[in-house]
Each structure stands twice: as C-alpha cells, then as structure tokens.
Design a protein around this ligand. Structure first.
Ligand code: PEP
Length: 258
C-alpha cells in the first residue's frame, strides 16, 4: 500500500505572518492525519519558520520548491541539497513547469537535481506535464514519458518510496481546468509502467504518483479514488487553510459509503 501525499506548493506567495497564520489554521483542522502525508513547500525564506511550526507533527513534512545540484561554491542565489536539509526539508519539488518555462530548466538539469536530492536523502517531487498544444496534438504520453526518462534514466534508486512524481498538465495549472479523474489516471498509469521499465516492478509499485492542476476541495475525492493516483500537488487551493484542509481530509470511497 502506498501512503498518499498531499503536497502544498505555495509558490512565491505569503510573508512570514501569513505563513504562520496559515499553518496554525491548517493544523487546527488537518491534524492529526492518519495514513496520509502532508508536505508543505513554502518559498525559501519561510522554510525554517514553517519547519518549526510543524516540528514533531507526525506525517507532516517540509519541502523546498527548487534546489541546485552542487554541494557548495560560487553559485550566487542557489541553495544546495545540504542547505535544504539544514532548514529541515525532507522533500524538494524539481522541474515544476514554471521553472521549466520561465527559468529554462531542461530535463538534464532535472536529472542533476534529482540525483543530488537522492544523494542527500531528500525526496524529489519530480514534475512532468504537457502543454495544451502538445495535448491537442495527441502528444501527452510522449511528452511526459520523455520528461520522466530525461530526469530518471540512469538514476540509482534503492526503494520507490524515495521518489515522488507529479503529473501536472500545464494547461491545468492555476487555470481552474482539471484533467478528468480517468484522464489523469490513464496518463499516470503510463508513467508507472515506465517506472517499471526503468527501475523494476517492485520499485515502480512503491513510487507515489501525484496529480496536480487545479486540484480543489470539490474535485479531490474523485481524483483520489483512482487506483494509480497517490496524492495531489496543490497550488492555489493550498494557500487557504480551509480548502487545503479539505484536500488533506479527502474522503475515500469507503468513508463516502458509510
Ligand atoms: C502547482 O503549482 O503545482 C499547481 C498544481 O497549481 P494549481 O493547484 O494552482 O493549479
């Protein structure tokens, strides 16, 4: 059984006071959590503060939104994996489509970041996803498989729980448009199959595969009901305690039946 992950990508939002209020409000309604993990990914300046607020809170983890692959040196403006660990991070988002689009991150960059994260005991949350144009041209699966292979082929992975992959169609990010649960499931199932080719079936069955793209309180239950969807990477709806708490407390089919 894979433990679901609900990850919050706050992007470049919130000051220290707002972040503190958000985490405190969230913990009131979404803690304790059982059989699921919550990963908060604030911007760099909030990492230690947010880390302090969730310290000792079981099943809560801290993630960064980016990392550089070098250990140290003259790389102005960058943070190393060891620095992220020093801030209390357990996870790091790699290859988000905004980084690929605005900061020209390539699959090779993603490979180096994933490698550095794994070597430093940080769980990479590798993002893949197609543009609207690519989707309309019927290229979704080719695009996401290319991104997955580019970042992962040749990595050494001892166990699948050390890796998270998020399928985030670009046209669904921040737009209010979501892939259908069946559509997301079908792409994610293809990604899992490819993880099997790259790392073997045992590891592929352990990797958590998330869906991201306008996940909200109203659509999370249906997405999470899909067999290969192991969680969500959430942007906009993670900035409000009530909506993210509802996502964390998503209803399973079993609980809906009761
Ligand atoms: C994201 O930034 O990863 C994301 C999925 O954003 P949103 O939930 O706002 O679409």
């Amino acid at each position: 059984m894979r433990t679901p992950i609900l990850a919050a990508n706050w992007k470049m939002n919130l000051n220290r006071r707002e972040a503190k209020n958000l985490v405190e409000d969230l913990l009131k309604v979404a803690f304790p959590v059982q059989q699921r993990e919550v990963v908060l990914c604030p911007s760099f300046h909030l990492l230690t503060e947010v880390g302090g607020l969730i310290e000792g809170k079981a099943n809560y983890g801290l993630g960064a939104q980016n990392v550089y692959w070098k250990e140290s040196g003259a790389f102005t403006g960058e943070l190393s994996p060891a620095m992220l660990r020093d801030c209390g991070c357990s996870h790091v988002i790699i290859g988000h489509s905004e980084r690929r689009a605005y900061f020209h991150e390539s699959d090779k960059d993603c490979f180096q970041k994933v490698e550095a994260a794994l070597q430093n005991n940080l769980v990479p949350i590798l993002c893949v996803g197609e543009s609207l144009e690519q989707r309309e041209a019927g290229k979704t699966k080719d695009v996401v498989l290319g991104q997955l292979q580019g970042a992962l082929k040749g990595q050494s992975l001892s166990s699948g729980d050390k890796l998270v992959v998020a399928y985030e169609p670009i046209w669904a990010i921040g737009t209010g448009k979501t892939d259908t649960p069946e559509g997301a499931e079908s792409t994610i199932a293809v990604l899992r199959q490819e993880l099997g080719n790259l790392f073997g079936e045992r590891i592929a069955q352990q990797v958590r595969l998330l869906y991201g793209g306008s996940v909200n309180a109203a659509n999370v239950d249906a997405l999470m009901a899909q067999p290969n969807i192991d969680g969500a990477l959430v942007g906009g709806a993670s900035l409000k305690a009530d909506s993210f708490a509802r996502i964390v407390n998503y209803q399973t089919q079993a609980s809906l039946a009761n």
